[in-house]
Design a protein around this ligand. Structure first.
Ligand SMILES: NC(=O)c1ccc[n+]([C@@H]2O[C@H](COP(=O)([O-])OP(=O)(O)OC[C@H]3O[C@@H](n4cnc5c(N)ncnc54)[C@H](OP(=O)(O)O)[C@@H]3O)[C@@H](O)[C@H]2O)c1
Length: 261
């Protein structure tokens, strides 16, 4: 048996999930990692170079069976789960009129249904132990309407309010819930969402993924309810969103997210 703590991080092949895996590993956590591609095994090897155990699992987080299989894989380690980062999420640019319905429903399956499914398993594991830290990765997109990412923003608003609600319900149990709201960040996210031709396709307009992950990690460790990930301008934007009318915010976001011809 090991004295090390255990964290599970969904969607940790690359991007923010992988950055978070490095931070937990540097703090001495073993890391259970999931992704849909075979690259998850290589990513796990990189985490093991930091001196901990990494447990990679390849599964599709858009299906019930894929989510459940990763949970069973973690549970079968027979250890207490000390932290869970519900990070996996996909984006989708383009117009609602033209976008493919099946792709939009897949986004909801991953970002919403998958988050609820994994949270259920994690909460029911952690509460009897009276300890645990849960991070739900939302987005600054949760704080405004997101035209040309019409379904994505609301999926992240779900994660934000879900995290805050769960935190309140669990406050006497010893289990902490923190929502992380990154601003635009330099991972493959916008490319994967088909948004290369937008404002968000330009790397200069994005936050550093190491900084964003670090801010999220520290917020979780300090057990705060929410943190905006990014530079001062990103934090200011998230604050201003609270005081700005939705139609104004929608028009501003449309300018940034509308595909250029
Ligand atoms: N980057 C941003 O600007 C930004 C801003 C705000 C919020 N966020 C949120 O941050 C989270 C992480 O995003 P990211 O920027 O790190 O994105 P990313 O670079 O695209 O990484 C996505 C991660 O999820 C995994 N993944 C994708 N589809 C999957 C599936 N069907 N099943 C299992 N794993 C899957 C990928 O691994 P595989 O390649 O192995 O599938 C990868 O590890 C998301 O929830 C996103 O909404 C990102």
């Amino acid at each position: 048996m090991t004295d090390r703590k255990l964290v599970m991080i969904t969607g940790s092949t690359s991007g923010l999930g992988f950055e978070l895996a490095k931070l937990f590993a540097n703090d001495g956590y073993d890391v259970a990692m999931s992704g849909s591609s075979e690259t998850i095994y290589q990513s796990a090897e990189e985490i093991e170079e930091l001196g901990v155990e990494a447990y990679p699992f390849q599964a599709d987080a858009s299906t019930y069976d894929g989510v459940e299989a990763f949970w069973q894989f973690v549970k079968n380690k027979g250890r207490n789960l000390d932290a869970a980062v519900l990070n996996v999420g996909i984006g989708m640019g383009g117009s609602f009129l033209e976008n493919d319905l099946q792709e939009e429903l897949k986004l909801i399956d991953i970002n919403v249904s998958g988050t609820v499914h994994m949270a259920k398993r994690v909460v029911q594991h952690m509460v009897p132990n009276q300890a645990g830290d849960i991070m739900i990765v939302s987005s600054v997109s949760a704080t405004l309407p997101t035209p040309y990412e019409t379904v994505y923003g609301p999926s992240k608003a779900f994660g934000f309010m879900f995290a805050e609600a769960l935190r309140e319900e669990l406050k006497e149990t010893g289990v902490n819930v923190t929502a992380m709201l990154p601003g635009a960040t330099n991972t493959s996210f916008h490319h994967n969402a088909g948004m290369d031709s937008t404002y968000f396709g330009d790397e200069n307009n994005k936050n550093d993924k190491e900084l964003v992950a670090k801010q999220g990690y520290e917020a979780l460790k300090n057990k705060v309810d929410q943190v905006v990930g990014g530079d001062e301008a990103t934090k200011k934007e998230a604050e201003e969103n609270k005081r700005t009318a939705e139609d104004v915010l929608a028009a501003k976001h449309a300018e940034k997210a509308k595909p250029q011809q």
